[in-house]
Write a protein that binds this ligand. Structure first.
Ligand SMILES: Cc1cc2nc3c(=O)[nH]c(=O)nc-3n(C[C@H](O)[C@H](O)[C@H](O)COP(=O)(O)OP(=O)(O)OC[C@H]3O[C@@H](n4cnc5c(N)ncnc54)[C@H](O)[C@@H]3O)c2cc1C
Length: 441
């Protein structure tokens, strides 16, 4: 069985950031790392428009120049070597990708507009095809993760066409947004309920030849993405977006952006929990990105309702769904033809499916209570984006937003994310504290 320093589940944005750094650290002779990336669908599956969540045409809500190396401050984790690392990253930038595709000048002359999800997927694919030193890929779905007999290494089981393969790793990184949050609805209406991770072709169930009324539940990125997609797919439909609070556009000033790029500038970890929660709410979760919001602002087909949806049942008038929601006047019901659950993703729910019960118990024995946390609860995540107390390391950047900085849960700082994940694996002399010690000697 092959053994790696690091196994990454999912060949998406985070894997691209980490693979790039592994490639560079190895190429510069600063480390000798081995990494396996296991992808169940296709490289950059979440972005290309063939696998659900996006049609590929929706705009990316972050500028692509926040690419796999961003924020290019590797000196923080790797001291004097950081400059050489960041210089080497030049070969993996968004600009370099666009230059290689001969599209750079055109994009700049157009005012560097937002790019589509599929363009971003193309970029990630290009990065992963070039980040090769010490990086291996496996096309297989990870079905189960256990500990070895000594309890010191991860054993990852992956299903592919030819059967199941097993791989050992000293650390495990889990990527992806998770699976959709539970959404209470009666079994009878299941055909009329979509989720934020429903495959985009499932939405073809909505009739094309007549006006339909679709409820979209949620006030964040996936609700906006579903609205944008459905407006194009079914131009005759009307959309009602249910948000728990008044819909807000995302805070994107210099100050907010800086916290995404470098949470240390505000000593993120020392802020109290409520301050961190408020920041995430205002700048990431449950907010719409301003350019997309501008597109639907004057669209008469889109309306907003403020209220928290509590249940979905069959409509009294026959076909359709009845939404119960809490409003200031109490519980109110309203009927629609279809409903899309865009209330968010639950990473913990996805993790539960990967670890069998004895492993889940062992993780809790080492790291404390975890599995019964409510969706969105705060798991104890450390500086290397690892579950605190767990050895071997289990790194889940998507759960690190509250503990370590808002950019780790999204595409806000992929270069910093990679540095934090890899720092425990590089030789000690690369860490800045040890360097000053060495210089003093
Ligand atoms: C519709 C949508 C739009 C978004 N837009 C933005 C945006 O504009 N800006 C932003 O910052 N964030 C955005 N996000 C959030 C984004 O998903 C997160 O930033 C995410 O964490 C991206 O990086 P990733 O590598 O973790 O996941 P991904 O890029 O999604 O990669 C995860 C990969 O894991 C694979 N996989 C999953 N399970 C398994 C398994 N068991 N075995 C093998 N492979 C597996 C998947 O096929 C996928 O390829 C968006 C999310 C959604 C759903």
């Amino acid at each position: 069985m092959a053994d790696y320093d690091l196994i990454v589940v999912g060949a998406g944005a985070k894997a691209a950031g980490i693979a790039t750094k592994v490639h560079i650290l190895n190429s510069l002779g600063l480390a000798q790392l081995s990494m396996l990336v296991i992808e169940g669908t296709e490289v950059a599956a979440s972005w290309k428009g063939r696998n659900g969540m996006t049609s590929g045409e929706e705009p990316l809500a972050v500028t692509p120049i926040k690419d796999v190396g961003f924020p290019y401050q590797s000196h923080v984790e790797f001291g004097e070597a950081g400059e050489a690392i960041d210089a080497s990253l030049a070969q993996f930038t968004w600009q370099q990708h666009m230059i290689a595709k001969r599209r750079y000048a055109r994009w700049v002359d157009a005012g560097s507009p937002p790019v589509r999800h599929r363009d971003y997927g193309e970029y990630l694919t290009w990065v992963l095809s070039r980040a090769t030193e010490g990086v291996e890929h496996l096309g297989a779905r990870v079905t189960q993760v256990r500990l070895d007999e000594a309890g010191e290494r991860w054993l990852v089981e992956a299903d592919e066409d030819g059967g199941t393969s097993r791989h050992a790793g000293g650390a495990l990184v889990l990527t992806g947004p998770g699976i959709h949050r539970a959404f209470p609805h009666e079994p009878a209406v299941v055909d009329r309920v979509f989720h934020c991770d429903s495959k985009r072709n499932e939405f073809a169930r909505i009739p094309e030849d007549r006006q339909c009324d679709v409820a979209i539940v949620g006030g964040g990125e996936s609700a906006l993405s579903a609205t944008m997609f459905l407006r194009g797919l079914r131009p005759r439909c009307r959309f009602t977006i249910y948000t728990p609070m008044l819909p807000m556009s995302r805070g994107e000033s210099f100050l907010e952006n800086r916290v995404f790029s470098n949470p240390d500038t505000v000593e993120w970890g020392s802020l109290d929990l409520q301050t961190r929660r408020d920041f995430v709410k205002h700048s990431d979760r449950g907010v719409f990105d301003p350019p997309s919001l501008a597109v639907i602002a004057y669209d008469d087909r889109c309306g907003f309702v403020t209220g928290r949806v509590t249940d979905v049942g069959a409509a009294a008038r026959g076909d359709g769904v009845r939404l119960d929601y809490e409003s200031p006047e109490g519980t109110v019901s309203r009927e629609h033809d279809y409903v899309a659950n865009c209330t968010g993703f639950d990473l913990l729910a996805q993790l539960r499916t990967l670890f069998p019960a004895p492993v889940r118990e062992e993780i809790e024995r080492r790291a404390g209570p975890l599995w019964d946390q409510p969706a969105g609860g705060e798991a104890p995540i450390g500086r290397h984006l690892e579950l605190v107390g767990m050895r071997p390391r289990l790194q889940v950047p998507g759960m690190a937003g509250l503990s370590q900085g808002p950019g780790f849960a999204n595409l806000g700082a992929l270069g910093l994310l990679a540095n934090r994940v890899l720092q425990p694996l590089v030789p000690d002399y690369l860490t800045p504290t040890n360097q000053s010690h060495r210089v003093a000697q």
